[in-house]
Design a protein around this ligand. Structure first.
Ligand SMILES: [Ca+2]
Ligand SMILES: [Ca+2]
Length: 340
């Protein structure tokens, strides 16, 4: 029961998006009745038939070009005659829809065709029922109700206007069961891939690379600029008159060992810097010792000593002004850079 309810609700859901524009074709078996012009002297009879329609693209004035076939099987002559007529009608129509909503629409049709009538027996007055062959025009009105996305019920009434001998108007009314098929695949908009280069080959495409011209082998950050882990020497605690970093501040160095932990091919370059306070020569030595102190901790943390080089730059490469306390603090640093 649940499954049935689910199926019904799915049908209801798809009905909301019913749209024959989604399909190329429509096939509609029909069953109905006729009311012939009095000139025919034939009783009303049932007919059956089928339609196949090509759905035009959305935006066309007409919605379908439809070929149809109708069969009237032995329409009896009126009165006491003992004759009847079989009819085959072949026709082609243009159909235009008038949407009321997604599920319900009216339509009009206009077209023409050929009626091939085969007479059998005779009329009440004894005259033979002749064959009747004629071209005809047809105009009609109808309504469609979409039960699901691609299935609809269709009511139609059309006037089949035959012109052989006399012009006659013959009413054909029908109930159709329309199935849309041949789903249209949505137009694929070709995506033109614009190749974006990487002129310095650092793996960051040019449109994202804020540092063009990065030398080969340099490890870069997500902006394509050299990756630098900058250790704030001010927060590194050294022993008194010692180049050894105290255990309580070793965790600061761990940022470097963590970074290379899963990159065994990376080499580390440690660059020590000082501010400009004091003697330049002393500062040169100090920067070298600080870089070496960081290396010692890295080795303790398990980094291969052969992968680490150190360099001191003394006070020669400030990153901030040396005329303020804050600037000088920024200049006292050890930068870790990486090569691969
Ligand atoms: Ca790049
Ligand atoms: Ca770059």
């Amino acid at each position: 029961m649940k499954k049935i309810l689910l199926a019904l609700s799915l049908c209801a859901a798809t009905a909301l998006v019913a749209n024959e524009d989604n399909y190329h074709w429509q096939f509609t078996p029909v069953i109905g009745g006729t009311s012939f012009d009095s000139d025919f002297d034939l009783k009303d009879e049932m007919f059956f038939g089928a339609r196949i329609a090509k759905n035009f693209e959305e935006g066309s004035f007409f919605d379908h070009l439809e070929f149809g076939y109708d069969r009237v099987n032995g329409a009896d002559v009126k009165g006491k005659g003992k004759g009847d007529m079989d009819m085959n009608l072949y026709h082609l129509s243009l159909i235009k829809n008038f949407d009321v909503n997604d599920d319900f629409k009216f339509y009009g049709l206009i077209g023409g065709g050929y009626l091939d009538g085969k007479g059998n027996g005779s009329y009440a007055d004894g005259t033979k029922v002749d064959d009747y062959d004629s071209g005809f025009a047809q105009v009609g009105l109808g309504a469609k109700y979409y039960v699901t996305d691609n299935f609809h019920l269709r009511l139609e009434a059309k006037d089949v206007i035959a012109f052989e001998d006399e012009t006659t108007h013959n009413l054909f009314y029908s109930l159709g069961f329309g199935v849309d098929f041949g789903s249209r695949t949505p137009a694929v908009v070709p995506v033109v891939a614009v190749p974006i280069g990487d002129e310095d080959g650092d793996g960051v495409p040019d449109n994202l690379d804020r540092c063009p011209g990065t030398p080969a082998g340099t490890v870069v950050d997500e902006n394509g600029c050299e990756k630098i882990i900058r250790l704030d020497v001010n927060s590194l605690k050294f022993g008194f008159d010692s180049t050894k970093i105290k255990p309580e501040s070793k965790h600061i160095v761990r940022e470097i060992s963590d970074f290379v932990a899963d990159k065994p091919n990376y080499a580390i370059r440690l660059e020590g810097h000082t501010d400009s306070t004091g003697d330049a020569t002393y500062n040169q030595g100090l920067s070298e010792r600080r870089a070496a102190a960081v290396k010692d901790v890295l080795v303790e943390l398990g980094v291969d000593a052969n992968k680490i080089t150190t360099q001191g730059y003394g006070e020669t490469q400030p990153v901030a002004t040396n005329s303020t306390k804050e600037g000088r603090a920024q200049n006292r640093r050890v930068d870790a850079k990486f090569r691969k």
